[in-house]
Design a protein around this ligand. Sequence first.
Ligand SMILES: O=C(O)CCC(=O)C(=O)O
Length: 203
Amino acid sequence: MTRSPSSHALALDPKLNEACKTFLAPTPTATSSTSPNSPASAPAKANSAFTIENGATRVVPGSHKWEPGRQPELHEIAYAEMEAGSVLVYTGSVIHGGGRNETDTNREGLLLHNTLNWLRQEENQYLTCPPHIAQHFTPELRDLLGYPSSYGMGFFSTPFPPGEGAELVSPEALFRRPAPHWPGLGSQPTARQYASADSGPSS
Ligand SMILES: O=C(O)CCC(=O)C(=O)O
């Protein structure tokens, strides 16, 4: 997202996001048989033509329902041959992979993997799109990257303003200040002190 601003439109595409939610959204409308087995779903956009020769994504349709360990026969493998600008949408639990490129030009693609917000991301979006960059993205895009406040998994502070709620420390503050002392181990700076440390580089 940082390196390719033109990827934002694809990430926010309502049709693709609806398709991903079908597999990922933890709502009663998600089908119970696919959600637990579908930790990721991905649109892959061809930025150049995908052909069998240049390694077009191989997919084994239906393999997300196979028993573990079953290997595909050659005739069960489909090739996502497509023109530049086309999009392939697949669930991460279907057997898939890029093929060998036997041409002398690159096969260019844009892969956007969506995953449940309590699972580790394939690309670390918090490092590739750190807060000083993500602040310029739309709220919708920040949500997709995993920035929305969740008090269950992956939180770095309370959902309350600095100084209110439990005393938690953001990673940014930890990088600029010595590690805090936790209760019983010595004095602990307040969230307000850390928040002011957050507002500028350390001296
Ligand atoms: O290179 C491709 O077309 C597929 C890449 C892939 O399998 C993945 O990143 O999940």
